[in-house]
Design a protein around this ligand. Sequence first.
Ligand SMILES: C[S@@+](CC[C@H](N)C(=O)[O-])C[C@H]1O[C@@H](n2cnc3c(N)ncnc32)[C@H](O)[C@@H]1O
Length: 239
Amino acid sequence: MRFYFISTLLRCEFLPGCGFIHRKSNYRSLKQSHPSADRNCIPISEQIILQVDLKSGDLQLLEISSGSGQHAAYLAPLCPNIKFYPSEFDRRLFPSIKAYADDCNTNNILEPLYVDISANPKEWTKQYGFKSGTFDYMLNFNMLHISPWSCAIGLFRSAGYLLKPSGKLFTYGPYKVNGILEPESNVNFDQSLKNRNIEWGIRDIEDLKKLAEENNIELVKSVDMPVNNKFLTWMKRRE
Ligand SMILES: C[S@@+](CC[C@H](N)C(=O)[O-])C[C@H]1O[C@@H](n2cnc3c(N)ncnc32)[C@H](O)[C@@H]1O
């Protein structure tokens, strides 16, 4: 019932194809619409809504590699009790993230932060005043396979440092399971990624679990999603 309600709410708030109803700003031209975010922001939001605390006040969420800013824009109005910190490595995406944030009626999306997730979190977090255990949630969608392995290392290191005990990191994308990549479309996608950049490629959940373990994090849930993707929930252990 809760799922149906949220689903309906999501679909009513936004125009089909992730075209947003522009309420306040004249930012239409700054808002980028990424085809992958267009396709998966609704199913991703549905999973997150089911797994976050929608009641407690003052919760904090850090999104790594926010891209166009569409995911935060979808989610933030549904979680008005959560403060969203979008971040990006590519500064050219900041105007788009900001434009979506400025149109968010619940005003809970902050200015985009520059974050190179492959860097040591103890260095970049200092400049934003983020102490160890600052965040209740972290998001990272569609990045692990389109970035070097150093980004996966940095993501789990950051989550280990920045999440509160029992805090959650949500990741989304295609994954190998125990060395097996299925179906053939994912095998072809993996090859096309490697052709673009030899350091890219679809990651194995087992390898990610090792990084998680090194950072006191465990995989607590895996949900099969449309088009052979998975939505993974990682949790920071209690000290
Ligand atoms: C396919 S896009 C996904 C964007 C968004 N999360 C989404 O799902 O629409 C991959 C993103 O990874 C980001 N990225 C690449 N290298 C990065 C790094 N070193 N640190 C943080 N983000 C990085 C890119 O800038 C890009 O926005």
